[in-house]
Structures are given as C-alpha cells and as structure tokens.
Design a protein around this ligand. Structure first.
Ligand code: SAH
Length: 381
C-alpha cells in the first residue's frame, strides 16, 4: 500500500514515499549490503509495524496570509525555505498536528497574527510540539519574536481547554530570524516546563531544546540491539562516546560496573547529568569535550575500557578517535551510525587493525525518508 501525501513533492521530506513500505525496507537493505557486506553478513533490517505518525517532535512555521486575512502554518520546503501549508503529515504525531491547527485557529479568533519579519508586526514565529510516547506528556512551545504576548492567559486557557492532554506550555522568545530555532529564553506559561519519557526502562527529561531521538519506538529497538551486541554482564567498564544526553550509557549502566560518557555539547551534558540523577544511576559520569581529544589522553595514560559505544554524527568518527580507540583495546566496540557511508569508511579503518565486524544490523528509524540507522558489533581479532 502506498499512502498519499498532498504536499510530498513540494515538501521534500519523504524521499521514498513513492515506494510501498516493504519496498523501502528492501531498498535500504540493499544499500546496507552494498556498503557493508564485505565486513560481515548484514542482518535483515528491523522495520516498523506501523510506519506512520512516528515523529514525537513536530515543528511548524507560521505566517500571515494577507489575501485570505488568516494565519497559516506548515513545513519548510527542504532547500528553499519556503513554507508549504499543510495540516497533517504522515510522519508526525497526530495529536501534535491537531494542536498546531488549534493554535492557528486560536490566533485568528483572538485576532492575533503570526510574525511578519518585513513589517515587524505580529508575534508568533513557529511552534514546537513534543510528545512523550510512553508517558503521554505533551509540551507546546510557542516561539515568539518579542516577549509581549497579547491575551496570554486567555489564549493558554483556551488551548488547554481544547487539548487537556497538553501538560506544559512554554513561550520561547527568539528575536533571531533563523527559521525553526529556539533561543535560550524560555518562559513557562503552564505546567512544569519540560516533559518526561521512558526508554528501555529509564526516565528521560525533555526540555524545549534537548536532543532526543524522534522515533522512540524504533529507538528502543535500536538501543536494545546495541545492548545485545555489548554483551554486558555487570562487571564491565564502559565508554559511551558522542553520548548526547546520555541515553545509551545510562541504559548500559544498569548492567555495567562503571560508565563514562563523553559529549561536546554543554547543554546535552547538563541533561545527561540530570538524567543520571533522575534514574538514581551512581556508576556513570560525564565529560564535556571533543571525544577524539579525550580518548587520546586516556589512551596515553594507559586507561582501559571493556566495552566502547560510539554514536557519532553523520560525518562519522575521526582518525584521531579511532586510532586511540584501538589502543584502549576494548573487548567489544558497538558502533551506532546514522550514515552508512561514513560507517563503511570507519569500519575499513577499524577492521584493518585489530578488530573484525561480527554483527551488522540496520534499524529503520526514519520510514519514508532515505535515512538509515545501523548498529555494528566489532570484536577483537
Ligand atoms: N548517543 C546519543 C546522541 C548521538 S548524536 C543518542 O543516541 O541520543 C551525536 C552526538 O555527538 C551529538 O550529541 C553531538 O553533539 C555529539 N558530538 C559531535 N561531535 C562531537 C565530538 N567531536 N566529540 C564529542 N561529541 C560530539
């Protein structure tokens, strides 16, 4: 079955929507095999049972339509930055889409307007809705150009009345014109200013700008595979490189002796520390800095880890990191990748030395898009 989307061609977000889901999975499997089967057998990609409306994070751009004398909202076209109007998306959480529609209708009924950069009138730039899949908690972030929010109290009251499932509403004041960005200025208008979600039995706090995987259903499967590949028994020392908000390391900490997470982004490290606290994990600590630099220092000091996870950004890891990783000699390396091309390059490097790839598994985290997530187990030769 192929689902129809009215704005697919214009939006550009779903590159594979012309294929059935089964064909998409076959296509991704073939891509993985072409790039990775020379290292080891590629297991059959893990697809979704229901590959629609999986996104727990929905961003919508707003503008005022002067012809129709109404507010309008939609998605940014990939590349051009044009706003493509739409009310529902095959990838986005349905409740989130309904909330965005309500926000737009409320703007009209309160005689408020989306912000117009050229005329410097109106106030709402865009909205961000985040949903905790397992907790049902919902955050609505209203990103405004200025702090003034006319009829604020009545607006929020009407929004909550229409959607009692919303647990927190935040105003983010962002004078900066870069599309869909948040500033650091958050004003909590309702609820506690963040939501929580659980993943593999651990609790995670999601603030307006926290990094959190957008497909929690598949993310749990991916992390379970990564844990499976790590073979932890409770006695291991674990290194979690490119750890983000600490998710992989925290899940591993339940079955390891000690975990060190390393991450470049300061606010992600802050979230990682509070996630560790919220879960009562006392055997995990975090360092903020470049993973390559930190592992190089550790290798020089002769530090050892039994298991290393790495989950680098699309550009993959670096020669500096991989070189030191080999010196640290972990029994197992678990590489989580969002880009099979850079993964192949890095595997080339690692397997050339003292490691061999022993398991490769694709997980479809982003159905209908061209993106492929992979997890690889490497073992010492
Ligand atoms: N493991 C996490 C996050 C993976 S995303 C999760 O599953 O949620 C990749 C992370 O690598 C990002 O958080 C990014 O900030 C971080 N990063 C990018 N370059 C880095 C570097 N040189 N050193 C350490 N971390 C880096």
């Amino acid at each position: 079955m192929i689902m129809e989307c009215k704005v697919n061609k214009k939006c550009g977000g779903c590159q594979l929507l012309d294929m059935s889901y089964e064909e998409q999975l076959q296509y991704k499997q073939r891509r993985l095999e072409a790039l990775l089967s020379r290292f080891c057998k590629v297991e059959k990609i893990i697809g979704m049972d229901n590959p629609y409306h999986y996104r727990n994070k929905v961003q919508s751009a707003f503008f005022y339509d002067y012809k129709r004398k109404k507010n309008a909202s939609g998605v940014f076209q990939s590349g051009s930055g044009k706003i493509i109007q739409n009310d529902s998306c095959l990838l986005e959480n349905r409740t989130a889409d309904r909330i965005v529609k309500t926000v737009r209708e409320l703007l009209d009924s309160f005689k408020l307007r989306a912000y117009d950069e050229r005329k410097d009138v109106g106030f709402l730039r865009h909205t961000l809705v985040r949903v905790g899949f397992s907790t049902g908690e919902i955050m609505v972030v209203l990103v405004t150009a200025k702090p003034a929010f006319p009829s604020k109290n009545n607006f929020i009251k009407a929004l909550i009345k229409a959607h009692p499932e919303i647990t927190t509403v935040i105003q983010n004041v962002n004078p900066d014109g870069i599309p869909l960005t948040l500033s650091s200025r958050n004003i909590t208008l309702y609820g506690r200013g963040y939501i929580e979600d659980t993943l593999c039995g651990m609790k995670f706090r999601i603030s307006p700008d926290s990094f959190y995987q957008v497909n929690p259903v598949q993310c749990e499967r991916l992390y379970n595979k990564a844990m499976d590949f790590a073979n932890l028994t409770g006695n291991e020392t674990v290194f979690d490189a490119y750890c983000g908000t600490g998710t992989i390391g925290l899940i591993a900490s339940k079955s390891a002796k000690q975990v060190l997470g390393v991450e470049l982004n300061k606010s992600a490290v802050k979230d990682a520390v509070s996630n560790a606290k919220a879960n009562g994990a006392e055997n995990i600590y975090f360092l903020c800095g470049d993973a390559g630099e930190i592992i190089e220092d550790m290798a020089k000091e002769g530090e050892k880890f039994d298991v290393t996870f790495l989950d680098p950004p699309r550009a993959g890891s670096t020669a500096r990191f991989l070189n030191s990783l080999i010196k640290i000699k972990p029994e197992k390396i678990v590489y989580v990748s969002c880009n099979p091309e850079t993964l192949a390059r890095d595997l080339e490097y690692l397997t050339d030395k003292r490691y061999k790839a022993t398991k490769i598994q694709g997980v479809d985290m982003f159905p209908h898009t061209k993106h492929i997530e992979t997890v690889v187990q490497l073992s010492k030769r």
